[in-house]
Design a protein around this ligand. Structure first.
Ligand SMILES: Nc1nc2c(ncn2[C@@H]2O[C@H](COP(=O)(O)OP(=O)(O)OP(=O)(O)O)[C@@H](O)[C@H]2O)c(=O)[nH]1
Ligand SMILES: [Mg+2]
Length: 260
């Protein structure tokens, strides 16, 4: 699997630029996988430049309350944290209040919205704005350039492309930040995901695909392919197609798994 250091450096420079321009950073993470989607580059750069950073746990509608509470308790030791759901309009008031409190006595505030691709940065902006002003998509990499959006008379939000760090493509795909169809070995990545889910909560796969999952990821992937009737010539299961489907189901929130 190939790394793309040059691409990564470009992302890092975008993060730096947004940080310079912003008074406050909203670091948007996926509430289903809070540790995996905390972007170290963003946090390091924010610390280095003394910018205020708020962690927004988006997609809170996809996880249970007790898991959210546990995550909040952990993160709040380091950063202010807001439980948010762009889909359910949850946390809007609290987030706007937090931004206003942090920006007291300032005439004009710029809030940079940063995070991995596909965590819901643009959706969050639309929810705050109560209007579709930023383009969104289940496909990671939707937002290209940065975009300035006026929220209030003195508050501007900056929508940004997702910031990736130097990671393998399949690790990014597990975070929902890489398009499954572009993976060289989608089966390998889907097996990693299934392994993780079998360890955390096997029932999730049983519910999503109406199967009795085995303990072995490959057997489980085969069961899913069988159930979906994804076959190639000769009746063999189309593992590639099944793997991509599983990865898309994960990205789209159809598989209700989560982990610390
Ligand atoms: N369930 C759920 N899905 C969400 C939520 N917020 C966003 N999504 C979905 O997540 C996907 C990505 O949303 P975007 O707002 O485009 O994410 P982004 O971070 O701007 O993505 P890039 O521009 O590609 O970096 C879309 O399919 C959204 O519908 C949420 O609160 N709950
Ligand atoms: Mg976007």
């Amino acid at each position: 699997m190939t790394q793309k250091p040059r691409e990564w450096l470009r992302e890092k420079s975008i993060a730096k630029k947004i940080l310079n321009e912003s008074d406050i950073i909203l670091h948007v993470i996926d509430a289903r996988i809070p540790s995996d989607t905390r972007n170290k580059v963003i946090e390091q750069l924010a610390k280095g430049s003394n910018k205020k950073l708020i962690i927004v746990l988006n997609k809170a509608d996809l996880v249970p309350e007790d898991f959210l509470k546990k995550t909040v308790d952990k993160i709040k030791k380091e950063y202010p944290v807001i439980v948010f759901s762009a889909h359910k309009n949850k946390g809007t008031k609290e987030l706007i209040e937090t931004i206003k409190n942090l920006s007291k006595n300032k005439n004009l505030i710029k809030v940079g919205v940063l995070g991995y691709p596909n965590v819901g940065k643009s959706s969050l902006i639309n929810t705050l704005k109560k209007k579709k002003v930023a383009s969104t998509s289940p496909k990671p990499g939707m937002t290209r350039g940065e975009k300035l959006i006026k929220l209030d008379k003195n508050i501007y939000l900056i929508d940004t492309p997702g910031i990736i760090t130097l990671e393998f493509q399949d690790d990014l795909a597990l975070k929902g930040s890489y398009i499954p169809d572009k993976l060289e070995y989608p089966v390998e990545t889907a097996l990693k995901l299934i392994e993780k889910i079998l360890k955390t909560d096997k029932e999730v796969l049983a519910k999503t695909y109406q199967i009795q999952p085995k303990d072995e990821p490959l057997e489980t992937l085969e069961q899913i392919g069988e159930k979906l009737n994804y076959k190639i010539k000769g009746g063999e299961i189309d593992l590639d197609r099944t793997a991509k489907k599983v990865l898309w189901d994960w990205i789209k929130g159809h598989i209700k798994a989560y982990w610390e």
